[in-house]
Design a protein around this ligand. Structure first.
Ligand SMILES: Cc1cc2nc3c(=O)[nH]c(=O)nc-3n(C[C@H](O)[C@H](O)[C@H](O)COP(=O)(O)OP(=O)(O)OC[C@H]3O[C@@H](n4cnc5c(N)ncnc54)[C@H](O)[C@@H]3O)c2cc1C
Length: 593
């Protein structure tokens, strides 16, 4: 059977409804009070249909054809991409989480997260074009002048104009403080932008007439380093109708996402307008980058889902030694590991989106504050952990295809190639790890982490309560859920991870007091430790939700996979925590070749 994707709608609904209790949260947010789970599931069903029927058939063809620059210097996307984008706009998908005031549908980001997961799974290259829309919308809404909002915000919210994020320059990748693009103020209040950018996704294409770039640049009086950066909005077409002064010099030849136009471009005195305060561009840009980081994490999740589904089909179809591969313990481990990790990461990623919804809309100020802290804490973990597993999970799934998986015909090799970039862009995974440990944990005195650990403890307590022996009682309804003895095992594993997270955090904080480099030495392992803590929480919350309905085949199978995750995936956590606790160990300098 051909490599293909079926939207995991039942699991998405299970996560939102039973694991995260999203409908109860929506009821406490005025913006979503009217939304019920059946409507949400219907929206996701339509999104799954769009991704599967419209985008999926363009995936392999778009990979083969790639993008090109035509004789007029205009970037052309693969056959069918523009028509698919028009259908996406006509159906209102870009506007899903935007305010009704700007032409949006005002639905939760948690639904948008599921939409993004499906788009990326079916066609990562295509999904790059609309992926930056929401971040651009949030940035212009929060920091744009009234004039800019009037001209561009509705266009961006509805997807009629696409957006690109122009940060990277040849000498300035992770270190944005090194960037040189200049912005000179003009008498009419506009800016004249000059400089070169590389690796800019969707800087030009043929999906929409206009494209707006959010460009990081320097004003003439700018202080050196990242504190001196400003943000400008630079369109392709000026309001009077003339073409703005920037050109795409070339398209990058890449390992994957060939359908996405990755542009090297030059601003030659292009007209732009300041977004936000002078020299405060990076702070404004972070709104766009945080939204984009969540989306990139969801790309990783989409790749894992695509790879897992196909590995599962493969092990049932392929026979060796007169039996299907599915009978062989090694292949069973391979697929179960993929399933447990993918499903748990769905819970984690949607929890992050739900936190962003609560941060903006919850009626209770204290919940809004805690949700803001949680969203900030989870964003780098979702970005790095889900993209790491997106690539490594796809590569693991490739193993189930044997030699065929290495050929172009089968399809898994495209998933492996496409998944790799997500570990690099939007701030590499190493930069995410530093962000998590230094900015989100140590700089905050561990406050947001501790709030989250308390929430995890509450989950462990619920699992313990569910494990309590069943006492027949006249007052207990005959259909009441029976006791769930395994709850104690889940709770103990989760409590062990909570303890490890506290111990490791205290140890790094103590080491950092007289050794500023200490957090940098262990940041990657710390992020993976926290990722495993989140897996433990997701395994427990999912298993507890499934245990309540274990007579249903879907829930019984879920329980089995979460049990597998707890017993076979979680032991890996100890490797990471151990290395963090060894924070005092010296790290030898590399010897130059
Ligand atoms: C397909 C594609 C699409 C892209 N799209 C965009 C886009 O739309 N807009 C945009 O502006 N940019 C985009 N980029 C650029 C991307 O964001 C950068 O490539 C990325 O930020 C890394 O920068 P770099 O390539 O210069 O690597 P470098 O910064 O040179 O990093 C190389 C390695 O060193 C590590 N490293 C660097 N600094 C540290 C540190 N302090 N501590 C630990 N490790 C460190 C990195 O993690 C990485 O592993 C894209 C890139 C690609 C390939």
């Amino acid at each position: 059977m051909a490599y293909h994707y079926v939207a995991p709608l039942a699991d998405m609904r299970f996560v939102l409804e039973h694991v995260l209790a999203a409908p109860a949260s929506w009821a406490r947010c005025a913006a979503f009070a009217e939304l019920d789970i059946d409507t949400a599931a219907a929206v996701l069903g339509e999104a799954g249909r769009f991704a599967g029927e419209v985008l999926q058939p363009l995936n392999a063809a778009g990979d083969r054809e790639g993008c090109r620059i035509d004789a007029e210097g205009q970037v052309r996307t693969p056959e069918g991409f523009a028509a698919a984008y028009q259908a996406f706009v006509d159906a209102g998908w870009p506007a899903l989480p935007c305010d009704a005031a700007w032409g949006g549908q005002g639905l939760p980001l948690a639904l948008d997260a599921a939409l993004r997961e499906m788009l990326s799974a079916c066609n990562h290259g295509w999904s790059m074009y609309p992926d930056l829309l929401h971040g651009a919308y949030e940035t212009v809404k929060a920091h744009g002048s009234e004039a800019l909002k009037d001209r561009y915000l509705r266009e961006i919210a509805t997807g009629r104009t696409l957006a690109a994020m122009a940060l990277t320059e040849p000498q300035a990748g992770s270190d944005l403080g090194a960037l040189r693009t200049k912005a000179e103020p003009q008498p009419d209040g506009s800016l004249r932008i000059s400089g070169s950018k590389i690796f800019i996704s969707g800087a030009d294409h043929d999906l929409t007439h206009d494209v707006v770039h959010l460009v990081l640049c320097r004003l003439p009086d700018s202080p050196a380093g990242s504190k001196g950066l400003s943000l400008a909005l630079v369109p392709k077409w000026l309001p009077q109708g003339e073409r703005n002064a920037w050109v795409v010099d070339s398209l990058e030849h890449k390992m994957g996402i060939h359908g996405s136009a990755t542009c090297a471009l030059r601003y030659e005195g292009a007209t732009g307008w300041l977004v936000g305060e002078p020299h405060r561009g990076l702070a404004a840009m972070f709104l766009m980058m945080n939204s984009a980081r969540l989306h990139v994490g969801l790309q990783g999740l989409g790749h894992q889902e695509m790879a897992t589904q196909n590995a599962l089909r493969q092990v049932f179809e392929r026979r060796q030694f007169k039996m299907p591969l599915a009978h062989m313990p090694a292949m069973r481990h391979l697929v179960l590991r993929l399933q447990a990790k993918t499903e748990a990461q769905r819970v984690i990623a949607y929890r992050a989106a739900l936190a962003i919804d609560e941060m903006h809309h919850h009626e209770d100020e204290a919940v809004r504050r805690r949700a803001g802290g949680l969203a900030a804490l989870l964003t780098p973990v979702v970005k790095a952990f889900c993209t790491h597993h997106g690539f490594h999970g796809a590569a693991a799934a490739q193993q189930a295809f044997g030699g065929y998986g290495y050929t172009r015909e089968v399809g898994i090799e495209q998933t492996v190639r496409d998944a790799r970039i997500a570990m690099v862009y939007e701030g590499t995974n190493e930069i995410q790890a530093i962000d998590l440990l230094q900015r989100k944990v140590l700089a905050d005195g561990g406050g947001a982490l501790e709030d989250w650990l308390v929430e995890c403890e509450a989950e462990a307590t619920c699992a313990e309560a569910a494990a309590a022996p069943f006492v027949p009682s006249a007052t207990r309804a005959p259909h009441a859920a029976p006791a769930w003895p395994e709850g104690a095992e889940f709770a103990a594993a989760l409590r062990a991870q909570i303890g490890r997270a506290r111990e490791a955090t205290a140890s790094v904080a103590a080491a950092a007091r007289n050794d500023a480099d200490a957090p940098l030495r262990v940041a990657d392992d710390y992020l993976f430790g926290v990722g495993h803590l989140l897996l433990a929480w997701a395994f427990t919350a999912s298993a507890r939700a499934a245990a309540g309905q274990a007579d249903q085949p879907f829930a019984a199978a879920k329980l089995e996979r979460m049990r597998y995750g707890l017993r076979h995936v979680l032991p890996q956590a100890e490797v990471h925590w151990r290395r963090v606790l060894d924070v005092h160990l010296s790290l030898p300098a590399l010897r130059a070749p």
